[in-house]
Design a binder for this molecule. Structure first.
Ligand code: COA
Length: 186
């Protein structure tokens, strides 16, 4: 059975990063990330355009944690946690399958520094050991080569391609699914 109680909020640490809860005081950083066209290119969600939009994102993340429906961390500078590089976590749980969907995004200013590869190790460890996941799924737009690299380098296996899985802003989108099982090690 999955453990979806996240109170107190589980902070995670890596060499360079503090993964902590996203708070309403982070609204400006959330606006920068969720409002960035390049960062949002392959994320089929409306881009934040106003402070209210960003606050709504913070609320959605907070509610998800409270309700045990998702858990997302602010990927922040361990020496200055008010500096947020991005957001990552489990965006969906499938309790009947002991599975979760992982998601991650950084502001482009912080791409190419291997922050997500560093953070994903602790996020997976938390998922397998504390939440009790048996598998972690990732879903990407097939055009998102940077994201595919992260998954393949972290031993996710290609599972399936679903063509025209959804329509977003008048565009039909394909999805590639990747999977990592607990039994394969972390
Ligand atoms: C995918 C993403 C999380 C990668 O995280 P990251 O911490 O930058 O990962 P890495 O540092 O390992 O870089 C991965 C690849 O990104 C590419 N990259 C790095 N800096 C880049 C830049 N400034 N512009 C374009 N691509 C860049 C490189 O090709 C790199 O591969 P390499 O190691 O072979 O050079 C990040 O690109 C991102 O947030 N993208 C937007 C959101 C998104 O699409 N999320 C995934 C949804 S499924």
């Amino acid at each position: 059975m999955l453990n979806l109680h996240f109170n107190p909020f589980p902070e995670l640490r890596t060499r360079r990063l503090l993964l902590r809860q996203v708070l309403p005081t982070d609204v400006e950083a959330v606006m920068k990330i969720r409002g960035n066209e390049e960062a949002m290119r392959y994320i089929p969600r409306p881009r934040a355009k106003t402070t209210e939009d960003a606050l709504a994102v913070v609320k959605m993340l907070t509610d998800g944690i409270k309700e045990g429906k998702s858990i997302n961390w602010a990927v922040s500078n361990i020496h200055n946690p008010s500096e947020i590089y991005g957001i990552m976590g489990y965006v969906n749980f499938y309790p009947e399958l002991n599975k979760a969907e992982i998601g991650y995004m950084l502001h482009p200013d912080y791409w190419g520094k291997a922050y997500v590869p560093e953070a994903i190790v602790e996020v997976e460890k938390f998922g397998f050991e504390q939440i009790n996941l048996q598998s972690i799924e990732a879903k990407i737009d097939p055009r998102n080569g940077n994201s595919r690299k992260i998954l393949l380098r972290n031993n996710y296996q290609f599972n399936k391609l679903v063509e025209k899985e959804m329509t977003f802003q008048d565009e039909e989108l394909d999805s590639e699914y990747y999977i990592k099982h607990k039994s394969l090690g972390i």
